[in-house]
Design a protein around this ligand. Structure first.
Ligand code: GRF
Length: 190
């Protein structure tokens, strides 16, 4: 059976949207676990409510980045999911993980890449005065938000729109498209 593991470090709204949609669509795809590096992540609460197993690799309890990466690699190897889904995962995956799971790691980013890679992308696009922004779903490579683009959706920033309003619209777009694109990848491409 095909399967996914979702990595998230924070709020987890994309994580929740994926789980709910996959269940609503009755997909034969197992959601093996939420993996998080942050014991405070709200995503953990969402996972518990949804009865998705949580694997906490609490970053602060590791003595080095290398130890943390080794633990993550070993978890992913053991779970061996069809796809590794990044959804607000705030660490850069190390080359050994990217190489081992090449073509099987997907991320969502809240801008039209290659514009505004990295942190606070929605705010940076907004402050930059661009007229259009959006979301990008892409494969993960060894760079920061540089992997091959799978899908993009674009919205126009409205006249006098508040940043918080734009953020809500971007997140709605993410919650709508990310589950659909993943479903498409899982049923047609992997
Ligand atoms: C999303 O905007 C996603 O594009 C970015 O991180 C944010 C995660 O939000 N990579 P959430 O934790 O899913 O609510």
């Amino acid at each position: 059976m095909k399967s996914i593991v979702i990595l998230a470090s924070g709020n987890g709204s994309n994580f929740e949207a994926i789980v709910k949609k996959f269940r609503e669509w009755k997909l034969e795809i197992e959601i093996k676990a939420l993996i998080t590096d942050n014991r405070e992540a709200y995503a953990i609460k969402r996972a518990k409510k949804l009865s998705v197993p949580v694997i906490l690799l609490d970053y602060s309890s590791f003595t080095s980045r290398a130890d943390y990466n080794a633990a993550l690699l070993s978890q992913l190897t053991e779970l061996s999911p069809t796809l590794i889904v990044l959804a607000g995962y705030m660490k850069i995956l190390p080359p050994e993980i990217v190489r081992k799971f090449e073509g099987r790691i997907v991320n969502i980013h809240p801008s039209l890449l290659p514009a505004f890679p990295g942190l606070r992308a929605i705010e940076r696009a907004y402050k930059n005065g661009v007229k259009y922004t959006g979301i990008t779903i892409h494969y993960v490579d060894e760079g920061v938000d540089t992997g091959k683009i799978i899908e993009q959706r674009c919205i126009r920033i409205r006249e006098n729109e508040k940043l918080s309003h734009l953020e809500r619209r971007i997140h709605r777009l993410e919650h709508y498209y990310y589950p659909r694109i993943l479903k498409n990848l899982l049923t047609n491409h992997v």
